[in-house]
Each structure stands twice: as structure tokens, then as C-alpha cells.
Write a protein that binds this ligand. Structure first.
Ligand code: NAD
Length: 266
């Protein structure tokens, strides 16, 4: 099975190249970067310190999608939407980890998924996907006297907030409660906010240093508090999950799938 990596010189892109090179039964078909990136023209293996792989970093995603069974994409929202259309044209499996998409961009992914298998998850780690299932279950069991707050921390370079994972955890909690997240969420607080409305799902965002990704979902009532936490200490967990998703997607019919499908948690 041939797997390509778009955005191969990014923080996640490099981890993905390493993971594909280290995985038996899969072959690295290539990688792309933005035009003008210093990485263009370099050997992909050398780029990640794994020795020459004989594949160079290119700039043509169409060529990469045409020559791959699956392409893994941790880039940026506008690029990911364009890549999804190419994946659909080439009937190539598209594994998407990019976060921060608008509702319109999410719709474009759904449109592309009518023609090819797209696996899209704001967090590809096994632990977070188990946490998602647990949060839904706890939210179902506890009534809205338990205030739900979601706290996340990431490294200083992250550009979107709250994180895609935090929003995913919010959606899981809202689903457990039988409400729509965008009707009850409070994504940030500042100044004289008034008392907390019953049933609200709140978010708090911290940024700093090199934190890979910490998420805690708090259920706080009078007299007790339940806290469910996940901490990622290495990006390897996301890369491993993404390669697993690419292999799982090989031969699957068109559709928009999640990591919960890949891990059999649905
Ligand atoms: P990064 O900025 O280090 O890497 C992004 C790379 O994509 C850069 O090298 C950039 O040049 C490249 N790129 C941008 N547009 C491109 C295009 N049109 N063609 C080719 N390459 C292009 O960022 P990162 O930390 O690696 O994160 C990337 C995305 O992945 C973010 O949205 C982040 O939130 C998300 N992420 C998701 C997970 C998950 O498990 N789903 C985990 C970590 C990060």
C-alpha cells in the first residue's frame, strides 16, 4: 500500500514520514510542501533524519494523490479542502488531521466524501478517542446540575482555539446530554459575564511552551467534581493513529469516517 504525506515538513508531517518509513507493509509514495518551502527538492528520509528514502519533497498534490492509495494531511484548512477534492477525483483515501475548519469547509469535506473514503478526526490518538466515548457516557448519566467545563493546553505555535479536540469533547458531552453544542457552548469568558447558565458547556484555552496536547473535561456539581483527563506527551500517537486509519480506509466505500470507526468504538 502506497501512502503519501502532504505538508511533509511540518511538525506532524515529519512524524508521519517517520511513521510510514517505519511501518511494515506500507510504502512512502511521496510528500508535498508549499511552493517556496526550504524542504522542496530534499530527500524525504533525510528530511526526518532517517537516511535517504529515494523520494523527494514535491509541490504537486495532484500527482501525489494520483500515485498513492492513501494520503495523510495535517496541513491547514484551505489546503485540506483543496486536497479533499483531489482525493475524490483520484478515488484516493484521504486521512485528515487538520483542525480549525469553518462550517463551510466541513461541508466541502462531506461533499468530497461522497466520492471517496475520508477519515477525519481532530485527534488521532487511541486515548483521546476512548476519552470521547467516556465523556459521552458520563454526560448521559449526570444531569445538568453537573456543570461541564473543558480545559485544554497546547504549545505556543498552535493557531486555532479552542482546539479541535476540545470542541470534539464538547460535542461528545452535548450528544450525551441530548443537546446541540452550538446552542449551549461558551467558548471564552471575559469581564462581567453574569452567573453561569445551567446547562452551559464552557471552554478554557491555555497556550505555552512545547505542550503536545492536554485536555480535561470537568463535571462540577455542588459537593463533588468528576474530571476526565488525557495528556499527549509525544506526537507519535497521532502519527501512529493516522497510519492505522490510512490502512483501515484502504478498500472502504466512499464516506466520511472518524477514528471511532477505525478503532471500532462506534
Ligand atoms: P505545522 O505548521 O508545523 O505544519 C503544517 C505544514 O503544512 C507546514 O509545513 C506547511 O508548510 C504545510 N502546508 C500548508 N499548506 C500547504 C499546502 N497547500 N501544500 C502542502 N503543504 C502545506 O502544523 P502542525 O503542528 O503539524 O499541525 C498541522 C495541523 O494538524 C493543525 O491543524 C493541527 O491542529 C493539526 N493536528 C491534528 C492532530 C490530530 O491528531 N488530528 C494532531 C496534531 C496536530
Amino acid at each position: 500500500m502506497k501512502i503519501g504525506i502532504v505538508g511533509c515538513a511540518g511538525r506532524m508531517g515529519r512524524m508521519l514520514v517517520q511513521e510510514v518509513l517505519a511501518t511494515e507493509g506500507v510504502e512512502l509514495s511521496g510528500g508535498t510542501e508549499r511552493k517556496g518551502s526550504d524542504a522542496v527538492g530534499r530527500d524525504l528520509g533525510e528530511l526526518v533524519g532517517a537516511g535517504a528514502a529515494g523520494v523527494l519533497v514535491g509541490t504537486d498534490p495532484h500527482e501525489l494523490f494520483r500515485s498513492s492509495d492513501a494520503v495523510i494531511d495535517f496541513t491547514a484548512p484551505a489546503a485540506t479542502v483543496q486536497h479533499a477534492a483531489l482525493a475524490a477525483d483520484c478515488r484516493c483515501v484521504h486521512v485528515i488531521g487538520t483542525t480549525g475548519l469553518t462550517a463551510e469547509q466541513e461541508q466541502e469535506l462531506r461533499d468530497a466524501a461522497s466520492r471517496t473514503a475520508i477519515i477525519w478526526a481532530p485527534n488521532m490518538s487511541l486515548g483521546v478517542n476512548i476519552l470521547l466515548a467516556a465523556v459521552e457516557q458520563v454526560a448521559r448519566a449526570l444531569d445538568p446540575d453537573y456543570d461541564i467545563e473543558i480545559v485544554e493546553m497546547h504549545h505556543r505555535h498552535k493557531v486555532d482555539a479552542p482546539s479541535g479536540t476540545a470542541l470534539g469533547l464538547g460535542r461528545a458531552a452535548a450528544k450525551g446530554r441530548g443537546v446541540a453544542l452550538d446552542e449551549v457552548w461558551c467558548k471564552a469568558r471575559d469581564g462581567l459575564t453574569g452567573a453561569r447558565p445551567r446547562g452551559e458547556i464552557g471552554f478554557a484555552t491555555l497556550r505555552g511552551g512545547d505542550v503536545v496536547g492536554d485536555h480535561t473535561v470537568i463535571f462540577a456539581a455542588e459537593g463533588e467534581r468528576v474530571e476526565l483527563t488525557h495528556k499527549a506527551s509525544s506526537r507519535t500517537v497521532f502519527a501512529r493513529g493516522a497510519v492505522r486509519a490510512a490502512r483501515w480506509g484502504h478498500g472502504k466505500p466512499p464516506g466520511l469516517y472518524s477514528m471511532r470507526d477505525v478503532l471500532g468504538l462506534e
